[in-house]
Design a protein around this ligand. Structure first.
Ligand code: GLN
Length: 304
């Protein structure tokens, strides 16, 4: 049994590479479809800012839905509890891009992490601003959180998703028809696709999550009460219809993205990023979930 965190991460990296069942990469965004699934990275940033990593931790990947944590933090800072009139706080029990529930529930998405809910959150931030200005604000938030100005949007990924984003267009138009979109669907979606196309390395992603650790030594970007609420939403809704399984196996608040990244928070202790682009049936990283489960077990990290 390895004893120190660097040794544990090296061992996890070796274990993940020993099994060649990597899962399948997301292909509905063509630009992501050509990525080699046989990659793995893990990084842990402590409350004090120490950083440990193993594997492909300097490789950039598309963080996708993980950006919904940042946009939600910004939207809550802007709208406060008024945001909850537009979007709920319950697990959806459905796929991230499901459309049926939205009609059954009169255009109020179940939670801010499924696509429909995240589109509403982006729309809230966009209201009263131009898309460019809004993206500038999101980038500034992410860069400040990570303490790193070298974080950018991959325009090819944003364009690729826009060109094939019929499902998200359907969601946005349905929201508009229900009176739950303030901006034209193409503007809200253009902003949404761009923030989803932010790229980071596992090291940068782990650092960017430190503002959610809730420690006096970590960046203070939002109120402590709001940090706890964001973590509650990550635990209950961060992995879509795989949220219950993730909570059972890992026991930490976390947010996944279809690029294969996962950001998990150990309150008061650390921010963890894993990346492996092959996905499980819920659209969450297959090896990333496995690695998180093992790390949490070895370190005895859990919110329970
Ligand atoms: N941009 C992606 C989409 O809207 C994000 C989905 C995800 O990461 N789960 O489909």
């Amino acid at each position: 049994m390895p004893s120190s965190l660097p040794e544990i991460l090296d061992q996890l990296n070796a274990d993940m590479r020993a099994d060649d069942n990597w899962g399948a990469v997301a292909s509905y965004i063509p630009e992501l479809g050509s990525i080699d699934p046989a990659q793995f990275a893990i990084a842990v940033a402590t409350a004090d800012g120490d950083l440990y990593s193993a594997g492909d931790a300097d490789t950039l990947f598309s963080v996708q839905s993980i950006t919904k944590v940042f946009t939600l933090a910004i939207a809550l800072g802007r709208a406060g509890d008024h945001l909850w009139k537009r979007v709920g706080r319950e697990p959806s029990g459905r796929a991230f891009n499901s459309i049926v529930q939205l009609e059954a529930e009169a255009g109020r998405p179940r939670n801010p992490f499924i696509n429909a809910g995240a589109i509403v959150v982006t729309d809230e931030i966009l209201t009263g601003r131009a898309p460019r200005e809004t993206l500038g604000e999101i980038m500034q938030f992410v860069r400040t959180a990570a303490g790193d100005d070298d974080i950018h949007i991959n325009e090819n990924v944003a364009a690729s998703e826009n060109a094939h984003g019929h499902r998200n267009y359907a969601l946005a138009h349905f929201l508009a028809s229900a009176g739950n979109l303030n901006n034209p669907p193409d503007q809200t979606l253009g902003t949404y696709f761009h923030h989803c196309a932010i790229e980071m390395t596992a090291k940068q992603l782990a650092m960017s999550g430190r503002f959610l650790i809730d420690s006096p030594n970590a960046p203070r970007m939002i109120l402590p009460a709001r940090i706890r609420r964001l973590n509650a939403l990550m635990l209950t809704c961060g992995h879509y219809d795989g949220s219950g399984d993730f909570a059972y196996r890992v026991g930490l608040p976390a947010k996944s993205g279809v690029g294969g990244g996962i950001l998990a928070i150990v309150p008061k202790v650390a921010s963890i990023a894993v990346w492996s682009p092959g996905l499980n049936r819920y659209g969450n990283s297959r090896k990333g979930t496995e690695a998180m489960a093992r790390l949490a077990r070895v370190m005895e990290w859990s919110v329970f």
